[in-house]
Design a protein around this ligand. Sequence first.
Ligand code: PHE
Length: 351
Amino acid sequence: MIEAVLKEWDGEGVIIRYDHLSGAWIFIAIHSSLLGPPTGGTRMKTYSSPEAALQDALKLAAGMTYKYAAANFARGGGKAVIALPANFDPTQRRDLLLRYGALIRQLNGSFYTGPDVGTSSEDMDVIGETGAPYIFSRTPAKGGAGSSGPATALGVFSAMQAVGEKCFGSDSLSGRKILVQGAGGVGGTLIEMLVEDGAEVSFSDLDQNAIRRFRDEMGLHFVEPDQIFDTECDIFSPCAMGGILNEQTVKRLKCKAIVGAANNQLATERDAQRLKEYGIMYAPDFVISIGGAMAITGMEALGWSSEQAEAEVRRVKTTLLKILELAESRDITTEAAARRLAQARLAAAAI
Ligand code: PHE
C-alpha cells in the first residue's frame, strides 16, 4: 500500500519515523527543492490510518511546491504530518514536539517548518527548542513573527477583491454575500476583514467557541454545517478541510465564486471542470493561500518589514487576475491555468 502511494508521487523523498514513546507516526514529505529550501507546515491530528496520513503529507507537500511557484517565491515544497494515535495522551504533547524538533534539526536545512492545522505558534516555540534554526512562526516573545493565520487571511481577502473585480465589476466587497466555512485561525480573521469592508458575512463551524463568538457576539448569520453547500451566496470561502469540492457537493452549490484558504479543496481535477461547467469561478487554493507562508518566511528569513510582507501578500490579487485571464483566453479551468503558470516557473528553474 505504502509502495503504491509513493510510486504515484513525483516528489523527492519522505522521512518516516515511528515515535515509540507516543505511538505517533511522523511523515516529512520533501516534494521539491527546485526553487529553494523545502518549507511547509506541520499538521498534527489523528488519521484513520498511517497510510492516510502519508497520503495527506504527500499531497500537501506538492501543494506547497505549487504555492511558492505560483507566487514566484524562492522556497521549495514540503510538509510534515504528525499522525497522533486515537488514544494520544495530551500531557505527552511537549515531549513529542521536542523529539520532532530534534528530527528536523538532524535534517540540517533539508526541511523548514511552520504551523498548520493542529499546531500553533506556541507549538513552534517548543519545536524550536530542539529544532532551531529551521522553525518559522514562533511567537514574538521567542523572536518569531507570530501566527501565520492573519497573513493567509489577507491573501484570501485580496483574492476576493480580484474576483469582485472580475465577477461583479468592483473590488469592493461591500454588500456581497460571503459564506465562510471554518472560523478558525484563517477564517476568523477573514470574517473580520470582510465585515470591516461591508460584506454580508455568514459562516459555519463545528466549534462551539467559534459559534459563540461570531453568531452570539458579532451577530453574524450561522449556517448549519449540513447546509453549507445548499446556501445561496456570492462567494463561498472554504477555510476548513480539503476535498470538499467533489462530485456530490459541486452540483449543490449556489454560489458565483469559490475563494478560500483550505488546502486541496478539489477532490479531483475533474471537479475543476465541473465548476467551470456550472459557471462557478474557482480561485485555485494553492494560488491564494500563500499569504502566511510567504509573509512569515519573508519576515523571518529575508528581513522583510511587516509593511513589505503585507504588500507582497496583496500581490495575490494580481496573480489571481492573471490566472483568471489565462483561463478565459485558453478556455481551460482556472486550476489548469494556475498549474501551467507554476509548472512553467519550475521548468525554468530546472534548466
Ligand atoms: N500552514 C502554512 C501553509 O500551508 C505553512 C507555513 C506557515 C509555512 C508559516 C511557513 C511559515 O502555507
